[in-house]
Design a binder for this molecule. Structure first.
Ligand code: ADP
Ligand code: ZN
Ligand code: ZN
Length: 736
């Protein structure tokens, strides 16, 4: 009797054994099989062929079908996924299924679907000859003629171009004048005619040093921090590093924070290289996504650009990994499999013996510490490329100043002045919606989401209240539910309101607003970005979506309307985040020949963090912040694991919390870890659930991972953990 061991997406951290019937050919390790599981059939991945099993013989069930004869991806990628499953304490089957394209998860073959095309039959040719003699059925004649002229089978989508209906096709086929055949296009190997489509600019000295360091490294695997101020030409460094790699026939994997926000960057890769680029953006359908994945696996795609999850794309000839904006929190997945793409990418580069470049203007403190301790090579670009000068930065003290639409008069004057020069203005406000709260003018009651106990945000277009924590929405109430008053008013300003009021202040200038609400429909973000590029809008209002990576050469004034409440957060990472945001937003000003200016409104102009950033810049701030982290023994000078849990019943949660603390202390051998008490989470309630958390911390990873391993083993069977949703976050980057 032959046994197969498989893993599948069950969220249970265990494998399953099945019998392989004689009638079924043995699959390879890493191939998909279909197996019965409970009353269902599931797709599973083969991970072994054990000699024996602990399952009782009468309980063993046979594999129903083998889907692949070969492994779905190469051994190195497989090793990476196993490492990640282990490191993040997340079930291997779920890791596999998260990285696979949807169609493969559903059991589709791991092949391109052969394209279909049409050709003309012998009787079709006779028909065409007849039609050529007459004036009858002119459309039919056009269609048949197209087919007769076409050397290869005529592809489906071309019919539309020629205005030929499917009804017509059906008719022609019924008459057996045309037939459908499979097209198998010869794959064109991009390596054969690889080249540059465009002459690259001459690098400045710092860029040249960076490119040379990466290209002429002594070790195949080397990690680089490319720290370059905004507009210093990091992208140009990527491009020139890529050239010899592609030239050698190897592939590049590039991770960016958000595809929708980086069309200009992607366009630069397309304009530079005569090589196929697979862009994994969210608008792809499942078939297109699988095709891109397959092209990467066969080596047909030279460059693969995508967000976080693109990291797991198989590569035939990996040559380099580039992570742009390595500090960006979107690199960390915040639910289910909570991996950090930057950290996993480093492991991937190591396993595949290739270089990895982490580019940013504002390195995360983790990465900076790695560079300072020489684990990464630190490359610096300190000047803006081309003629651009660094922007001038100024704090505006708005204490005791009258504000119009949230703006002080000095700022309004600066906007007016900039617009008069024919230049663009960017206003940054990280709060979408019309107003962050609605309250009763008579009794002061603020309207809250009952499931989260947080204020609703007032949205005007269309009018509704939305909870930004759980996503729930409700109609605008007519009366205060507390005192019955009908005088309900909004308080505070969001981007919707700022847009409206700015339009009134500057009626002659067009305003564009970029936030999650204004870009919800497909293509709207692209259209807005294009319109901004083409100077259709002079005033740009946005949340942090507008801060990331854009290059708008005509923006010379950037104003930060309100970041005061971020100055007093309890999260130890808040200062780092704020500093990064501030530098990124400021980086949008004066990126080309025109000098830029950054104005920041604040009630706390004397605040240390703001003073440091304005006067000394990010690097100074970051080094100081690292010292502080070291003194207080916080990451990156220690390691953390966060256990989050939530449920409906406070009593049950408390009992569970007590047991969790007890187990934590018991498993904490030699007290090598800090087992903190369970506390309520910073968002203590969400969508009706009560939320709590426990932090574990240690100066070395190993005892911490041993502890969490034991705790998870306990959690999976503990009776008190039933009906409680818990999750484990290794190296958490926020405590929410
Ligand atoms: P970053 O990625 O650091 O923000 P970019 O690579 O986008 O910077 O460069 C900013 C601008 O400077 C772009 O318009 C780019 O084309 C230009 N640039 C970059 N390097 C050079 C160079 N060596 N010579 C001239 N212009 C350059
Ligand atoms: Zn009231
Ligand atoms: Zn809510």
């Amino acid at each position: 009797m032959k046994l197969v061991r498989v893993t599948m997406a069950t969220h249970l951290r265990r494998d399953f054994d099945y019998i392989l019937p004689d009638t079924i050919a043995t699959p390879a390790l890493g191939a998909r099989v279909r197996v019965p599981f409970g009353t269902r059939n599931m797709i599973a991945i083969v991970i072994g062929f054990p000699e024996e099993t602990t399952i009782a013989p009468e309980k063993l069930r046979p594999v129903s079908e083998v889907l692949d004869q070969h492994a779905l991806f190469d051994n190195k990628l497989d090793q990476l996924l196993k490492w990640a499953s282990n490191y993040y304490h997340y079930n291997l089957g779920d890791v596999y299924f998260q990285m696979l394209p949807a169609l493969l998860r559903q059991g589709e073959p791991d092949q391109h679907r052969p394209a279909k095309g049409w050709h003309i039959t012998e009787s079709g040719k006779e028909r065409l000859a007849q039609l050529n003699q007459s004036t009858k059925a002119p459309k039919q004649r056009v269609a048949l003629k197209l087919l007769e002229k076409s050397k290869a089978p005529f592809p489906h989508h071309e019919w539309e171009v020629h205005n030929i209906s499917t009804a017509m096709l059906r008719n022609l086929r019924q008459q057996d004048w045309i037939r459908e055949t499979t097209i198998s296009p010869e794959p064109v190997d991009w390596r054969k005619n690889f080249g540059l489509k465009q002459e690259p600019p001459k690098l400045n000295q710092q860029q040249a040093i960076a490119v040379a360091a990466i290209t002429h490294r002594s070790q195949p695997f080397t990690a680089y921090l490319l720290e370059g101020v905004t507009g210093s030409g990091k992208t140009e460094v990527y491009l020139q590093v890529l050239e010899p790699i592609l030239n050698a026939g190897r592939q590049a994997l590039i991770l960016v924070p958000e595809i929708g926000l980086t069309p200009q960057t992607i366009a630069r890769f397309r304009q530079r290289f005569n090589a196929p680029i697979a862009v994994l953006h969210s608008a792809l359908n499942d078939r297109q996504r699988l095709d891109a994945w397959l092209d990467a696996r066969t080596g047909e795609a030279a460059i693969i650009i995508g967000t976080r999850s693109a990291l797991f794309t198989p590569l035939k000839n990996p040559g380099i990994i580039i992570i742009d904006e390595e500090h960006d929190p979107s690199l960390k997945q915040q639910d289910t499999f909570r991996y950090h793409a930057r950290d996993v990418a480093l492991m991937r580069a190591k396993l595949q013996s290739i270089p990895i470049v982490l580019g940013t203007a504002t390195p995360s403190l983790e990465t900076l510490q790695n560079a300072l301790s020489n684990r990464y090579q630190h490359l610096r670009l300190t000047q803006r490329a081309g003629n651009a000068q660094p922007a001038q930065c100024e704090l505006i003290d708005i204490r005791h100043q009258p504000l119009r639409s949230g703006l002080c008069s000095q700022l309004i004057e600066s906007i007016r002045h900039t617009l008069e020069q024919g230049q663009q203005v960017m206003l940054f406000l990280n709060r979408r919606g019309y107003a962050p709260a609605m309250l009763c003018h008579e009794c002061g009651e603020v309207i809250e989401c009952p499931r989260c106990e947080r204020f609703y945000t007032y949205h005007q277009n269309p009018a509704h209240l939305a909870c930004h924590h759980c996503g729930s929405q409700r109609a605008i109430p007519k009366q205060c539910h507390h005192c019955g008053s009908t005088e309900l008013v909004t308080t505070g300003i969001g981007t919707e309101q700022l847009e409206q009021q700015i339009s009134e202040l500057f009626p002659d200038h067009s305003v564009a607003r970029i936030d999650r609400d204004s870009t919800r429909t497909k293509g709207s973000l692209d259209r807005l970005l294009n319109a901004i590029q083409n100077q259709h809008h002079h005033i740009l209002i946005g949340t942090q979506m507008l801060a990331k990576g854009h290059h708008f050469p005509n923006v010379t004034l950037v104003a930060i309307i309100d970041i005061d409440n971020a100055l007093f957060s309890s999260d130890f990472r808040a200062a780092e985040r704020l500093a990064q945001l501030f530098i990124q937003v400021s980086g949008r000003a004066g990126r080309a020949n025109l000098p830029g200016k950054v104005l920041l409104q604040t009630h706390h102009p004397e605040h240390e963090l703001l003073q440091d950033l304005v006067n000394n810049g990010y690097e100074h701030f970051a080094k100081f912040a690292l010292k502080e982290r070291q003194l207080t023994q916080l990451p990156p000078f220690c390691h953390q694991v966060l256990i989050r849990f939530e449920g409906n019943d406070l009593q049950k949660l408390k009992q569970f919390a007590g047991e969790l603390e007890h187990q934590g202390n018991q498993y904490n051998h030699e007290h090598r870890c800090f087992v903190f008490p369970v506390i309520e989470s910073p968002i203590p309630k969400r969508a009706g659930k009560i939320r709590m958390q426990q932090l574990l911390q240690a100066s070395h990873r190993q005892p911490l991972h041993q502890l969490i391993h034991r705790l998870i083993t306990w959690l999976e069977v503990a009776p008190s953990a039933k009906r409680i949703r818990w999750s484990v976050d290794i190296d958490p980057i926020d405590m929410l």
